[in-house]
Design a protein around this ligand. Structure first.
Ligand SMILES: Cc1cc2nc3c(=O)[nH]c(=O)nc-3n(C[C@H](O)[C@H](O)[C@H](O)COP(=O)(O)OP(=O)(O)OC[C@H]3O[C@@H](n4cnc5c(N)ncnc54)[C@H](O)[C@@H]3O)c2cc1C
Ligand code: SF4
Ligand code: SF4
Ligand code: SF4
Length: 579
């Protein structure tokens, strides 16, 4: 949809009024409204950006500080403080979140979405540079919570619980905190210093950590349940999927992406790697592996079972991998990892793929790979290492009493494990997704745990009215293109693990925040005041922004004009309806 015209508003503004006595129906309402019986009410709604951000950031609130609608001596600081209320990792997310918030942003219907993620990158950096602190721990409640897993889900839960005054201990099998963000996501995407700074701020709140402790091996779930008042399980999906073809399982030179990336984080450049690395898969993780292999001095190629247009990776991840030198093989199925007489990998036996005919099993499957089948024609690709990037699964050993034989953690809408009163969970262990999702799960689970510890009912999520673009008069805003971050073009990829994405300049951040249309909340533009034919709307200067307009209902004739010209969609016609 493109909002280049608002037909109702056009009609209202271009209308040539005939004599009142000649008017009927809608014309009468638009012109004079004397029969609508509806007057404006002011409804604060959820903006679509926040509705689409799984971490639940108050993006409109952030932009209102950055663009000066909300007054602050230090807008970047206020933006940062608003963000960390729900998401303690703005600098990490600002770099690598695929920003579903922007997919929801109503500004896209005028020109392009607001660059929410790029702004998050900038004020996230600001928070680190200025050493900003998270809100401190609340008064001690005497309650103790065990958090299993120090990835984004566990850290988010620990932070929110500590803020509420509960004592928190994180148990993690790894040597360092961070989960997949450290052991899966490469330093050229998130510098380790950024990761360390955002994690340290959480731990500084007084959170105990027990690293190198695997629950299920070093300590049992039963022990934790007995010792703590509540337990949050955020163990992620730590196992990479293997390839069910001959020559793969348990043999040298063939591994999965999770193991490969983890080994790199632990061993650094000394990781054993082939000269020619073939990566099987078509998602972002496959691109990550291919790009790491190039940085380690190998040739790398991606083997995808589907055509380019159906690969699961994001466009930019694909382009970066190709630009850095990765080869691509499309429509290529894998039949066998070929090994020489010495047992070493010598290549991959592949088959050409083709689209299934209509009606064949899987021809219209939602999973692209299943829509293709082998033509029977085979060929070989030379390689001395094969890395499979076809997804992750959980390792639930030690959690059988909680999950039964299910491979995933089951939680209810309060992130409580059904039938287990003090057990809660979230993150990739429930469903492999994104950091922002894990952060949102951790926060909501912490709210539930807090309610449980206080003997209160589980929190209700409640109905949220999300602002529709059609309700906003977008013509108020001047078109302006979205600011784009620059990316360093690595002249030499080999050995270069530096971060590539550059933050926006301060002036660009401000300009970008000014593109925000404050969906669902008044920003004091005064359109309604100027357009009201009855002069029925006043401003109250001393009221906080968002509550500045007031209708004198004795003067209002219900003409709708204020709601038609409101750029934020804050005005709804309702009061008096049916009288
Ligand atoms: C290669 C790769 C690239 C990715 N890129 C992106 C990206 O660009 N953007 C994005 O948003 N998301 C990305 N993701 C997804 C993201 O990393 C995950 O969604 C997120 O880390 C999940 O958080 P989590 O806390 O649920 O689990 P994890 O991050 O997996 O953390 C789980 C933690 O639990 C610990 N643990 C597991 N079992 C036990 C046990 N029995 N006892 C004690 N501790 C245990 C682990 O050691 C680990 O620290 C990527 C994932 C991968 C693998
Ligand atoms: S965490 Fe992701 S979805 Fe949420 S505001 Fe940031 S970029 Fe958008
Ligand atoms: S214009 Fe602003 S408030 Fe509206 S969806 Fe986009 S970022 Fe959110
Ligand atoms: S028209 Fe402007 S001043 Fe009036 S309610 Fe809407 S945003 Fe606020």
């Amino acid at each position: 949809m493109k909002a280049d015209s608002n037909p109702i508003l056009d009609f209202a503004t271009e209308y040539v009024f005939p004599a009142f006595s000649e008017l009927t129906g809608t014309d009468k309402i638009v012109a004079f409204g004397d029969h609508s019986h509806k007057c404006p009410i002011y409804v604060r709604q959820t903006p679509p950006c926040t509705a689409e951000c799984p971490a639940g950031e108050d993006i409109r609130g952030i932009n209102r500080y950055l663009n000066g609608i909300e007054k602050s001596d230090d807008p970047m600081r206020s933006a940062w403080e608003t963000a960390v209320d729900t998401n303690p990792f703005p600098a990490i997310m600002g770099r690598i979140c695929p920003h579903p918030c922007q997919g929801g942003c109503n500004r896209q219907y005028l020109d392009e979405s607001v660059a929410i993620n790029a702004n998050e990158h900038a004020f996230g950096n600001y928070g680190i540079e200025k050493g900003l602190k998270l809100p401190g721990p609340g008064p001690d409640t005497g309650r103790r919570v065990a958090v299993i897993g120090g990835g984004p889900a566990g850290l988010s839960a620990a932070y929110q619980l500590r803020r509420r005054g509960h004592a928190v201990t994180i148990f993690d099998a790894n040597e360092k905190l961070g989960g997949m963000v450290l052991y899966g996501i490469m330093g050229y995407r998130v510098d380790r210093k950024v990761l360390e700074a955002e994690i340290a701020r959480i731990i500084e709140l007084g959170i105990e950590t027990k690293m190198g402790v695997r629950v299920g091996r070093d300590v049992t779930m039963e022990q934790l349940e007995a010792e703590y008042d509540a337990v949050f399980i955020g163990i992620g999906a730590q196992a990479g999927r293997g390839l069910p073809v001959p020559g793969f399982a348990g043999q040298a030179g063939a591994t999965n992406a999770i193991e490969f990336l983890r080994n790199y984080e632990v061993m650094g450049d000394d990781i054993p790697i082939g000269r020619k690395v073939l990566v099987i898969g078509d998602g972002n993780v496959a691109m990550d592996v291919a790009r790491l292999a190039l940085r380690l001095g190998s040739e790398s190629a991606v083997v995808s079972g589907v055509p380019r247009g159906e690969m699961a990776c994001f466009e930019n991840e694909f382009e970066d991998a190709v630009r850095e030198g990765a080869d691509m093989h499309y429509m290529t199925g894998t039949l066998e990892v070929l090994r020489g007489a010495d047992g070493n990998v010598r290549g991959l036996l592949c088959s050409k793929m083709e689209r299934k005919q209509k009606g064949e099993e899987g021809w219209n499957s939602p999973i692209p790979f299943l829509r293709y089948r082998s033509t029977g024609e085979t060929f070989e690709i030379e390689a001395d290492m094969v890395v499979v990037a076809i997804g992750q699964s959980t390792d639930m050993s030690g959690f059988e009493a909680v999950t039964g034989s299910a491979p995933w953690l089951r939680v209810d809408r309060n992130f409580r494990i059904p039938g287990r009163v003090k057990l809660f969970g979230g993150g990739d262990a429930v469903k492999v997704d994104l950091i922002t999702t894990a952060v949102g799960h951790g926060r909501k689970a912490a709210q539930s745990i807090d309610a449980f510890l206080n003997g209160e009912p589980m929190p209700e999520q409640g109905y949220r009215e999300v602002t529709k673009a059609q309700k906003q008069d977008m013509l108020y805003f001047l078109p302006s293109p979205q600011a784009r971050r620059r990316s360093l073009e690595p002249e030499v990829v080999l050995g270069n693990h530096d971060e590539l994405l550059l933050p926006l300049e301060a002036s660009e951040v401000k300009a970008e925040s000014e593109r925000c249309m404050s969906c669902g909340l008044c920003f004091d533009c005064k359109q309604c005041v100027s357009f009201c034919p009855q002069e029925a709307i006043s401003r109250y200067r001393d009221n906080p922004t968002g509550e500045k307009v007031y209708t004198h209902y004795a003067k209002c004739i219900g003409c709708h004009i204020c709601s038609l010209v409101c750029p934020s969609g804050y005005i709804q016609m309702g009061m008096g309806d049916g009288l």
